[in-house]
Design a protein around this ligand. Sequence first.
Ligand code: ARG
Length: 584
Amino acid sequence: MNIRRQLEERLSAALLAAVGKPMPAMVAPAAKAEFGDYQANGIMAAAKAAKTNPRKLAEAVLAKVDLSGLSEKVEIAGPGFINIHLRNEFLTAGVNALAADARLGVPPPDRPQRVVVDYSAPNLAKEMHVGHLRSTIIGDCLANLLVFTGQDVTRQNHVGDWGTQFGMLLAYMDRLGQSGQSADISDLEEFYRSSKALFDSDEDFARTARDYVVRLQAGDEHCRRNWESFLDQSLRHCEEIYQALGVRLTRADVYGESAYNADLPKVVGDLRAKGLLKESQGAQCVFLDEFKDAEGLPLPVIVQKSDGGYLYATTDLAAIRYRVGTLHADRILYVTGSPQALHFAQVFAVARKADFAPGDVQLEHIGFGSMLGPDGKPFKTRAGGTVKLMELLDEAKKRAYELVTGKNAADVAAGRANELDEQQRREVARAVGIGAVKYADLSQNRTSDYVFSFEKMLALDGNTAPYMQYAYARVMSIFRKAGLEVESVQASPIQLDQPQERALGLKLLQFSEVIDSVAANCQPNLLCSYLYDLARDFTGFYEACPVLDSPEPVRSSRLALSAGAARVIRTGLDLLGIQTVEQM
Ligand code: ARG
């Protein structure tokens, strides 16, 4: 049940009747309790457009709107806001329905969309770096969330497994083999660096490397086999990271650049047949009027170089054809850093022109900012090298272990918690450490840069994973104390008599609104803020409303309300890819 949408539909209908033009009433949860539960903010803009007085227009809207059943009081405030106070019976019915619903009030779609989520996509010639960490975390969250909403999701790991660098790496593998050394690529970064150094300094080797590219392209048996073994080892390294992160990508989701190799000439042929190609300095280009260079001249999208080679953009055009034509995608999300914004804008524009993607297929670049070090510069090791992701995650777990151990000792001393043994603390530390890294990323507005800080992400207060995990464990402690299961109490009738019960109930009902927004705008930080607010509303409820010491039927009602909070927090964190723990 999406209350916001229901209100918006009814108020927008009244607004249409009042001004004769469709204008959005723009309903949002009220920022303060004194503004009611929801507030319509669109009246002022509508009045401006209709050249009328906003308060008068608000009155006209209220005269026409039908909010019966939903609200008990509406009032006009300030320059023309409409404050809406919902009826308690309406909220109570909603909360009871949510408690009985396995989907927590999120309705299944009328018709599922096929959504392709393109994320992680490391370059397999090198080690995965922090840019891919962000893509992996954000992309996995979006895929989880879309699955939860009932969409038909295909994860695509568009790995970089093709191109001239592989000629160099294969030549280097053979060079080591001939000198009796085994090609140890366990340190990919080191392997890449040594082969690149040789490539740059040794003309003979560089020639061999180029020759290997040609052999690989031509399907040479030996080259193919080594290439496959290289990719396998490199992917295994990625999978260790995925596993450590609890990311749901598998081998079956890998569909890399090489998979489109045979399609590239067809893409160019198609573009030519459609009259979209122009030759410029020997290269095949599509010129798009909507993209201009500094001098105002149309920018070319190069799809084939003068030497016949293809480019990153050509592969992405082939990928669009495949995703639309074979996977039948209705919507494709590309989770890569913001610097690739122009690349995708151009690829999308060409794909539209060439009709690789009809107008009703949504193509979206889900860009994100950089992860910065404490100095505010792109995240690097002290020596300026790339940070090994596994070491980063290990460090997070180590610090989380210290946090969990200290916190548990303090809680035991204060009589608030049971003592956790070594193994329990290790498990909690893994959930908290990994959760902290992911939550720190997801809770940022994804388009901004953010400073990676272990101290901040592991703080027990503030909008962090440990705070949320602790909040969940605290809800669960009620059930542990009472010897009850969440599932066994969730169906008891819920009453919302106290203001804190009402606030918590309303917040639970807003879960589906938040899920809707994140599914549409791909902004996981909205879900994080929502969960944080929910945890605080739960605290407010818990401090004001005794649960286990209340007489029946209040006790059962409050237990059921707590069960709802536990389920929404657990589900929300699960969609973010963050594990909950029962005790902390
Ligand atoms: N491999 C690319 C990189 O490391 C990311 C690929 C993203 N996906 C795509 N369809 N282009 O930057």
